[in-house]
Write a protein that binds this ligand. Structure first.
Ligand code: SF4
Length: 453
């Protein structure tokens, strides 16, 4: 959520984002587009004239959260009949009018390719008083524009880091994933547009950009001027002054040697890679349609660590995929032991509508999948704790993001390896890169003291 942009009698907009960073970025676009029509963003939903829910359906749990939140708005709408409730994002794209049927207090459903029209659609709904669903096949051409003026507003005020979408959609069709159905095929933004947006963000005081896409390392497909992802990174470093570059998410199959070399050769590229492996069994990976083997994945990690020994690594794992045997699960545990990721995001498999895996018959019993997940998370907690402990005594460069939520009076930031560090520092240090000597390690963060340069 953002803060109020100005005061007065402007109409108030409350935005809630569910799910991934791509959705966060879309929420920023909604905020920008409606700000241009005089809406101010509020943190208190009770003051809102318009509620925008940016929904996620990548996992069953996230989708259930959306339904539960939407249901909880019924009373609020009864007490404030002029309130407009809008859903965007993947659930909106997937269900369309069915969502209007299910929630009769919902006013608008906006598909993933209609975000750019949110202002006109809201105006239409206000004038007609009717309910509508808009799910276009194509995005409006200006929906991915990123001129300097846009970038200026397309971020939280005073943000040190800012997302920049470089591509959308996915062509991979992993058998469990709904993204290609709700986000469509891969579309890359022209490099010139991305560079312009990064420069504009830099001019607004942003120190770090997070390049976003469902599969960023296949960036460039279909563009008139041929370019690969590693070339885009190099251009950003050469043609802008941005201090730090991060990116997510990558597909293991598209991790090239050229990209690995960027971690060793580019000063501005943070030394962290999120590379989802999903499973440690070739049989399961094949059924997931991931397009690589465990040995191939491990070999890429080995090469990457040879090229850039200090690289920080994180990954995703799905536990209890249909047909996953105890033996398959054991292989995933062995993979974690072998690769020793710094951080891991792990989930139980859930059926997603229209995906191939939803039709697989051999589902793993839910209790068994939950048990496996706990076992896997316990192993990873040990690995992450050991990795964090090894940081104690080291001096790390930390980009100061702002006051820490956890500890009073402390500031928080991240190392190049994506580790969260809390430390005492003045508010004025926000946006600077400071040296911090790590004093204590916790399960998800570090604590330290600023050291002189
Ligand atoms: S690579 Fe696979 S998991 Fe990732 S968005 Fe594409 S289809 Fe989904």
């Amino acid at each position: 959520m953002g803060v109020e942009l100005n005061s007065g009698s402007s109409r108030k907009l409350y935005i809630r984002t569910f799910g991934c960073q791509m959705n966060e970025y879309d929420s920023l676009r909604v905020r920008r587009l409606l700000a241009a029509r005089g809406y101010v963003v509020v943190d208190d939903i009770g003051r809102a004239d318009v509620v925008f829910l940016n929904t996620c359906s990548v996992r069953g749990k996230a989708e259930q959260k959306v339904y539960s939140f939407l249901g909880s708005l019924r009373r609020f709408k009864e007490s404030k009949p002029n309130l407009k409730i809008i859903t965007g994002g993947c659930v909106a794209q997937q269900l369309g009018e069915k969502l209007l049927d299910r929630f009769d207090h919902l006013d608008m459903v906006i598909g993933t390719r209609a975000v750019n029209s949110v202002g006109q659609l809201l105006q239409q709904a206000l004038e007609s008083g009717g309910r509508l669903a808009c799910l276009p096949e194509e995005e409006k051409p200006d929906s991915q524009s990123g001129g300097p003026g846009e970038a200026e507003i397309n971020q939280s005020p005073g943000a040190v880091t800012a997302p920049v979408t470089i591509m959308q959609g996915c062509d991979n069709y992993c058998s469990y994933c709904i993204v290609p159905y709700v986000r469509g095929p891969e579309r890359s933004r022209p490099a010139a547009q991305i560079l312009e947006e990064v420069r504009a963000l830099e001019a607004c005081g942003v120190s770090e950009v997070l390049l976003l896409g469902q599969n960023v390392n296949s960036y460039g497909k279909g563009l008139e001027q041929s370019i690969t992802f590693d070339e885009l990174l190099k251009r950003i470093e050469a043609q802008t002054g941005i201090a730090r570059i991060r990116f997510t998410t990558s597909h293991p199959r598209d991790l090239t040697d050229e990209l690995m070399l960027c971690f060793a050769r580019m000063d501005s590229l943070c030394k962290h890679l999120h590379l989802p492996v999903q499973a440690g069994s070739d049989r399961v990976l094949a059924r997931m349609n991931r397009g690589y083997t465990v040995a191939g994945y491990v070999e890429k990690i080995r090469r990457l660590r040879t090229i850039c020994p200090e690289i920080g690594l994180s990954s995703d794992v799905i536990v209890g995929f249909p047909g996953e045997t105890v033996e398959d699960f054991k292989k995933t545990m062995e993979l974690l032991d072998e690769v020793r990721f710094d951080n891991l995001f792990s989930f139980c498999y859930s059926d997603r509508p229209n995906t191939r895996a939803a039709a697989f018959a051999d589902k793993v019993e839910k209790g068994e999948a939950a048990r496996r997940l706990l076992e896997l998370q316990a192993l990873q907690a040990d690995i992450s704790a050991g990795k964090n402990l090894a940081e104690v005594g080291s001096i790390r460069e930390v980009l100061v993001e702002g006051p820490s939520r956890a500890s009073n009076g402390q500031m928080t930031g991240r190392t190049t390896h994506n580790r969260i560090v809390n430390f005492q520092a003045p508010l004025s240090s926000k946006g600077q890169i400071v040296g911090v000597k790590i004093a204590c390690a916790y399960s998800h963060s570090l604590k330290g003291d600023i050291v002189a340069k």
